[in-house]
Design a protein around this ligand. Structure first.
Ligand code: BGC
Length: 507
């Protein structure tokens, strides 16, 4: 499967306009990101709603009623966590399937499959009468996420005019944050609707899913996808349509030759295991581990629950989640602005220090002032919310978008989609781990959980410092020469590969 992503700097300047058609396609496709964000944000609010708990998790609800019960453990229930996490496990499996569908059938049908999975999943979760329906619904939503997250970023990269490609990549993350924010708002308003507020909240995902379904009927297939499936004439036509100019021959030829090179690699997954693939492969996987072990989703999934833990009433807790949602959206714009100016490394390093300080302050306040029972004093609770917000800011302009951007720009063409599929599924795996384990960890480690995430932030900061090279402005197909070969550590794999090729040539 070939993805032609432009190089910045000395990229060939193909003629292209930002056509209305491309704009419409982008607007429709990013609804995939919005649904993903909505699903991330909605579960925390729903699992904090009494009507929902009484119906599906009566034991958790019982426990919540006992005011003297342990603060940190009132939500600890494996089934409750499974409600949140099953989606990510399903998405992990689905992303491999999606990568095959994406290359065999195209990006457009993959998005259509995603929207159908989403719609059935929404129907089952919002209409659930028992826990089995609820979990099956979440699994189908997970399939939607797996298909959507594989197809949408590739689709965006392939239809965008080259000079807008980097910014458009982060628009996907922006839509994820907007989805989370809308979900937080919906949670806030539906929490007061009894007894079916949770059904409205879960059912809300149907709106973007319907938009994606009908929208994906009018969007185009990408030229790359058509050409790699030997539909060259259709590909040329599609290219002319999305570029809005007649003279598309040069770009067309470049896609054809990229597809030819990529088609010579019969098994991109095997190629990923070769030494020369190691730097982007290892970095791509570790970025996902680190992104999730910043602890961000402990906040995104469980913000309302977390805020209730430190002593907010349910309303105030939901409102605080809305505030973190707004901050997440706004700070992503900072990322879009800075990523090609200050570079990736600066953002990763700055935010590691920034997030570390926040986690430590939150941990210290909780350790000092929140016992197993009782609540935090008003001033301390406020300080906790403020530092949660400052922490979210740091994540939103660094490890959030860069966790997706770096794997999409560091693999060579022949392993790009396979490498990206592995990165997506690693992300889903570690998201699953956090979703499944966080409430139990909160119960077992109490405020120590924040020190646990702090330790991870130190590790990832050091990793970024020594092992993540700057890729700002480096043409995407020159990573090997300009980034990996001169790198103090990664160069050993490049040299090994060169030796290997020499030997192959000689024999
Ligand atoms: C992460 C999600 C996270 C979101 C928060 C994304 O980059 O992959 O797991 O919930 O950012 O904005």
């Amino acid at each position: 499967m070939a993805v032609v992503v432009s190089s910045s700097g000395n990229a060939p300047a193909f003629k292209a306009k930002m056509t209305v058609y491309v704009f419409v396609c982008v607007v429709i496709a990013v609804f995939g990101g919005l649904i993903f964000g909505y699903d991330i944000g909605i579960s925390g609010g729903v699992t904090a709603m009494d009507d929902f708990l009484k119906k599906f998790f009566p034991s958790v609800w019982e426990r919540k009623q006992h005011v003297h019960e342990n603060n940190y453990c009132k939500y600890d229930n494996q089934f409750l966590q499974l409600f949140t996490s099953s989606l990510y496990l399903a998405a992990l499996v689905a992303s491999f399937l999606a990568s095959a569908v994406c290359s065999k059938l195209g990006r457009k049908p993959t998005m259509q499959f995603a929207s159908i999975f989403f719609l059935i999943g929404v129907g089952l979760t919002a209409g659930a009468v028992n826990i089995v329906m609820l979990i099956i619904g979440r699994i189908l939503l997970g399939f939607g996420v797996g298909f959507g997250n594989q197809a949408v970023p590739l689709f965006l990269s392939e239809i965008a005019p080259a000079q807008l490609r980097g910014g458009l990549n982060i628009v996907f993350q922006l839509m994820v944050t907007i989805g989370i924010f809308i979900a937080n708002l919906v949670n806030y308003f539906t929490a007061t609707v009894h007894p079916n507020g949770w059904r409205i909240a879960l059912g809300g995902a149907a709106i973007p899913a319907v938009i994606l379904l009908f929208g994906s009927l009018i969007i185009c297939e990408t030229p790359t996808s058509l050409i790699e499936r030997n539909k060259n004439e259709e590909g040329k036509e599609a290219l002319r349509k999305i570029r809005g100019v007649d003279d598309i021959n040069e770009e067309y030829e470049s896609i054809v030759s990229a597809c030819e090179i990529a088609s010579q690699v019969k098994d991109p997954y095997r190629k990923l295991l070769k030494p020369a693939s190691r730097p982007p492969f290892i970095i791509g996987m570790l970025l996902q581990l680190f992104q999730q072990f910043t602890g961000i989703n402990a906040i995104m999934f469980y913000a309302p629950v977390l805020f209730q833990t430190v002593g907010f009433g349910s309303d105030a807790a939901l409102l605080s989640a809305v505030i973190t949602g707004v901050i997440n959206v706004l700070s992503t714009f900072v990322g879009i602005y800075l990523v090609d100016r200050t570079g990736r490394r600066f953002l990763l390093l700055q935010s590691s220090v920034h997030m570390l300080i926040c986690q430590l302050i939150i941990g210290i306040i909780l350790a000092k002032d929140l016992g197993t029972t009782g609540t935090l004093g008003k001033p301390q609770a406020l300080v906790v919310v403020i530092f949660v917000c400052v922490y979210v800011m740091g994540f939103a302009w660094s490890w959030g978008p860069l966790g997706w951007l770096i794997p999409s720009e560091t693999f060579p063409l022949e392993t790009r989609t396979a490498g990206f599929a592995v990165a997506v599924s690693c992300n889903m795996f570690f998201t699953f781990v956090i979703a499944q384990a966080f409430l139990s960890m909160l119960c077992g480690m109490r405020s120590g959980i924040f020190f646990f995430f702090s330790a991870w932030i130190i590790v990832m900061g050091l990793f970024a410092m020594f092992f993540i090279p700057e890729t700002k402005g480096v043409p995407i197909d020159e990573m090997r020469e300009r980034v990996w070969k001169p790198h103090w550590f990664w160069k050993r794999y490049m040299l090994a590969e060169d030796d290997h090729q020499d030997v192959e040539k000689r024999t």
